[in-house]
Design a protein around this ligand. Structure first.
Ligand code: ADP
Ligand code: ASP
Ligand code: MG
Length: 400
């Protein structure tokens, strides 16, 4: 049996915790013949490395950023291998490049192209525990690349898929996937199972327990994925296909605090305006999420949309360039997006109205709404973030 285990930042947050991971790996070794361990940087390390670069520049060279950021995961991988070897186990650490993970050259946000598993298989055949630095690979030109924040989850799933692993375990600092972030709602309940679809929505909508691209890839490659805690022996959450699920109406509530809104007032109400606005943003690689256009009046209309907070400046500048200096543009970063996710919504009505009513009762104004087959997202003022999460958690009886 081959298992891929990934240990996140908090789980390897200091030297004692890395030793704890080494002991857990040794214990698992009694069950699995072949073990591939993917590690994150120690918690805070990646941010620290980014801060260091920002000492010199607010937009540091991206190729060099990847050279820098890859260091955090390499450090953990080497330390874990050293700990394992010192305990009498044969282990070897590999960088993303040594492990054969080929990517595009989109530095700091590279996409995986393929994995050449020869080196890993070779080491496994020699009986070694293979420890791989997550979050990184290399481009065709040989340069080191990284996969975007939270990318070690993606590395783990990609290696599990490429190696045909029997199981991919994601070890983190909570017992699994909960009905909402247990740090916001202590009554949140751990889910035994969740579908790839729902997990993908939750992850994309802000639940960082799994990185969204990792869930997408797990679904595509049919990787058997489990999240669990590295601090206890509790059963975790299995992420599985929808057919294997009992269809709960709502399975979780997600909160995304990294949102900002731009409103363009009194823009000319004529064909092609929306196209020019959103094409301009797309060309700058700015991810637009929710969009609201009001009914026109007097030949003008208001258009509001949300972007990631980190893109707010860029987006505002782009709009000034497009619409001219006299355009009325307002921005608001004091907003959050709360979302209700559940495959059961496909076949039930009334889920959305229950959310609207519950928030209204708490006096929370809903500023924007968007829906899909299995989710409802609402933008509210950030001062209501936690209250909105708890209110929605309660209205769907998720604590029961
Ligand atoms: P790691 O460093 O192990 O990758 P992360 O910090 O990326 O861990 O993700 C784990 C965190 O995700 C938890 O500490 C928790 O606060 C947060 N989280 C948000 N939503 C959920 C949820 N629905 N279930 C569990 N954890 C969640
Ligand atoms: N260390 C990287 C980050 O902090 C990747 C990861 O932990 O998954 O984003
Ligand atoms: Mg993570």
């Amino acid at each position: 049996m081959l298992v891929v285990q990934k240990y996140g930042g908090t789980s390897v947050g200091n030297l004692e915790r890395i030793e704890n991971v080494a002991n857990r790996v040794i214990k698992s070794r009694k069950i699995y013949k072949d073990m591939v361990i993917v590690v994150s940087a120690m918690s805070g390390r990646t941010n620290q490395l980014i801060d260091n670069a920002n000492f010199y520049s607010s937009c540091p060279n991206k190729k060099e950023m990847d050279m820098l950021l890859s260091v955090g995961e390499r450090e953990t991988a080497a330390l874990l291998a050293i700990a394992l070897i010192s305990k009498g186990y044969d282990a070897v650490s590999l960088s993303g490049k040594e492990a054969g993970l080929l990517t595009t050259d989109d530095y700091t946000n590279a996409k995986i192209i393929s994995i050449d598993t020869d080196r890993i298989k070779n080491e496994l055949e020699k009986g070694k525990i293979v420890v791989i630095a997550g979050f990184q690979g290399f481009a065709a030109n040989g340069n080191t690349t990284t996969l975007g924040r939270g990318g070690s989850d993606l590395s783990a799933v990609a290696f599990a898929g490429a190696l045909g692993a029997d199981l991919c375990e994601i070890y983190t600092d909570v017992d699994g996937v909960y009905t909402t972030d247990p740090r916001i709602e202590p009554k949140a309940r751990k889910l035994d199972k969740i579908s790839y679809e729902e997990m993908l929505e939750l992850a994309s909508l802000g639940a960082k327990v799994l990185q969204n691209r990792s869930v997408e890839l797990a679904k595509k490659l049919n990787v058997k994925l489990v999240t669990r805690s590295s601090f206890n022996e509790n059963e975790g959450t299995i992420i599985t296909s929808e057919e294997k699920m009992e269809q709960a109406l709502v399975s979780g509530i997600a909160l995304d605090k990294n949102q900002a809104r731009i409103t363009l007032r009194q823009v000319e109400d004529k064909p092609g305006i929306a196209a020019s606005i959103f094409t301009t943003l797309a060309k700058k690689d700015i991810n637009v999420d929710m969009i609201i256009q009001n009914a026109g009046y007097d030949g003008t209309t208001n258009i509001g949309f949300t972007v990631p907070q980190s893109e707010l400046n860029n987006a505002e500048c782009a709009m000034r360039e497009l619409l001219g200096n006299n355009a009325i543009i307002t921005t608001d970063s004091e907003i959050v997006k709360v979302s209700v996710v559940g495959v059961g919504m496909k076949t039930h009505s009334g889920v959305a109205s229950a959310a609207f009513e519950a928030l209204a009762k708490e006096g929370i104004n809903i500023e924007m709404i968007s829906t899909s087959e299995i989710k409802i997202s609402m933008v509210v003022s950030s001062k209501y973030a936690e209250l909105a999460v708890r209110t929605l958690h309660k209205v769907y009886n998720l604590d029961k």
